[in-house]
Design a protein around this ligand. Sequence first.
Ligand SMILES: [Zn+2]
Length: 292
Amino acid sequence: MKPLQVASGAYFVQGLSELGSGANQNFISNAGFVITDDGVVVVDALGSPELARRLLQEISKLTALPVKYVIVTHYHADHIYGLQVFKEAGATVVAHALAHEYLGSDAAQQRLQSSRRDIAPWVDANTRLVPPDMWVGQSDPRADTILRLGGTEFLLRPVGPSHTPEDLVVHVPSLGVLFAGDLLFRGRLPFVGQADSGGWIRALNRLLALQPKVVVPGHGAASTEPVADLALTRDYLQYLRDRMGEGARNMDPFDEVYRRTDWSRYSAMPLFEAANRMNAYNTYLLMEREAP
Ligand SMILES: [Zn+2]
């Protein structure tokens, strides 16, 4: 784990394009941080407490200041199982109000159970879900929140429901840096899960409107050409919606639609085998629900 600098005082660590496992400690997603004059703001907490400890260590090599805030872009396992370490270190955990639903869900508990098995010993019985100390978007779920620390302004913009209901991106206007969470995937097939892919595509356009110089994605390398680099995620989502939407409208069985779809544009990407079929299936179900 090595922090990569994207602007003055702004860094991220880049996870591997793999599935989470004991061998990689669930280091499959990115986390960012910005060092201000009064402390550090971290974006996402990585996929296990051990990774969070390593990130804290890396931060401490760059500054003696403490981590004041950890902003959660969304409550997916690979971004949150390190939260407890930052919380113990005194940081305030910030997330969007719509994360409430996931935190209270059976799905969250089941995911934690399976992660304790799949990512042992790094995620274990002591790993827990940490709810935010500070909710944003409580009175108006669409409203931006400005967080200030040490003279640096952080714009927290809700962009869900898209990848998840609670998606939050973090823009640092003075640096031109945007931490996009899982709105942006690079170097691997996006994970669609229960996403609202129509909302996701619209949200990508709202990210471009911020005119960032650098975008740090939830997965993969940072981008200095956001317009071009957002295209993979957007085109893939649109392709799923077009192909699965057509099949769902014709009421063709999913297996048949999946089999006849040309996946050649995506099949060489990392995690295609692991994720594409489920992405397509979830999109097929979504398109059935969206169909008039
Ligand atoms: Zn995610």
